[in-house]
Design a protein around this ligand. Sequence first.
Ligand SMILES: [Zn+2]
Length: 451
Amino acid sequence: MKKLKFNSGLFYIWPAGRLLKYLKGNNPGAYQFLILIPGRKLAGGAAGEVYDRLIEARDSLDYEIDGAVYKVNDRSAWPTLGSTARAPRWALAHKLPAREATTKVQSIVPSVGRTGVITPVADLAPVDVGGVTVSRATLHNLDEVHRKDVREGDTVMVRRAGDVIPEVVSVVESRRPDDAVAWSMPDRCPVCGSEVARIDGEAAHRCLGGLFCPAQRMGALMHFVSRRAMDIDGLGEKLIEQLVERERVRTAADLYALTPGDLLGLDRMGEKSSTNLLKAIDASRETTLPRFLYALGIDQVGAVTARRLAEHFGRLEALINADEAALTEVPDVGPVVAESVRRFFDQSHNREVIDGLLNAGVTWPKPQDDGADAGEAPLEGKTFVLTGALSAYTRDEARSRIEALGGRVTSSVSGNTDYVVVGEDPGSKRDRAEQLGVTLLDEAAFSELTA
Ligand SMILES: [Zn+2]
C-alpha cells in the first residue's frame, strides 16, 4: 500500500479489482484502506468504517470537506476501466451527508440551565443533519430569536458544525404559516415559577429563584458548600448529585436535616465518612455574614461584594430591606449589582430558603448581640492592627469580626491605633505597639471583645 499526496480531498489507495467490487456493493467492509487528509493522518480501516471515521473526524478539521474520492492507484488499469458518459470508472466520489437541513419548528421552549440562564431552544421535527438526527437547536437568547425572527411553526435551516449544539441558521419565510406570531420570553420561570429578569447589560434572561429552582439545584448546592462559601468539607459533586437524585436534598437548608440514614448506602459512604460529613455540615452552621451572603449565590455577588455588603449593613435584615438607592451607597456596588441583589431578595422562594437556613441554626456573629448598647456598633471608631497567627480565625475572619462591630483594621501601628491583636509569632508591630503604649490583645481577649 502506498501513500499518495493530492492537493485536496481524500484518496483511498485501492487495487482496481477490489474497487470494482466495492462499487457493486459487494461486501465493502472486507477491504483495508489508507485514508489521507492533507496535514493529518488517520488510520487505515475497512471501507464502511473509514467512511464513518471520516464523518467523526470532520468536526475536528479546520477546513471544510464534503466527501471522499476512492481511486484506483494502478494507473495501468485506468484505460481498461474506461469511463461512463459523466465520469471515469476508476474513481468514485462518496459524498458526506450535508450538515445543513431544513425542518419545522414545532415549538420554542425556554430551557433553564444550571446557573439560571434561560435559553430559548427550538423543538424541531426530527431531521438528519450530517448523519445525526437533530430534534433540538439552540436559539441562544431572545435577541437572537428576534434578529432571525424565528417563530413557532416556521420552516428553518438548521446547521451542525463542530461539536457545538445544532443551531437555527435562518427562516424560510415563504413557508411561514399565516398565524405565526413573534416569540417572547415568559416572565415566570417554566421550572419553578420565580420571576424572570434580564439584568442590564446582559443578553441573557435568568430565573431569579436561585436558591429554590430545581433546574439550578445542583449548581446552587455546589456553590453553597464551596470553600469560600459555607466550606463544607467532604461534600463533593458526586455526593450532592446522589442526594439530589434521591430527593434527600432540595434546597441548601435540607443539608442541615440530613441523618446518618440518608447518607448510608450512597456510593463510597461508610459509617466513618458519613459521621465526618455530618460533623462538617454541623460545624458550618457557625459562619460569618460575608460567607453566608456569598453562599446564597446571588447573581453578580462574589466574595468581595458579599463582604462589602455585610460590612455596610451589618445585619442580614438590614440588607434584605435595603432599596436599590441604599445598596448603591455600598463601596463597589453599582446599579447592576444593586438591582440583582434587590430582585434576589424579592423572590419569596429565596426568602423561604433563607428562613429555612436560619431555622436550621445557621448563625454568625451579630452586632446586636454585643454589649449593653443593642444595635450600636461597639467598636465604632476603634482601629485595630493584627500581627501573628490566631488559632481560631484566619486573617479575613478576624477582620470581619472587627468590621462587623464597627471597627477598622489597618496595616501599621501608629499613635492612632487602639488595639494590636497579637497571635502566634508576632512581628515587629508588637514591639512598636509596646513603645507607643497601645493596648495589646491576646487571642482570648480578642475573642471576648468581639464575641
Ligand atoms: Zn426557576
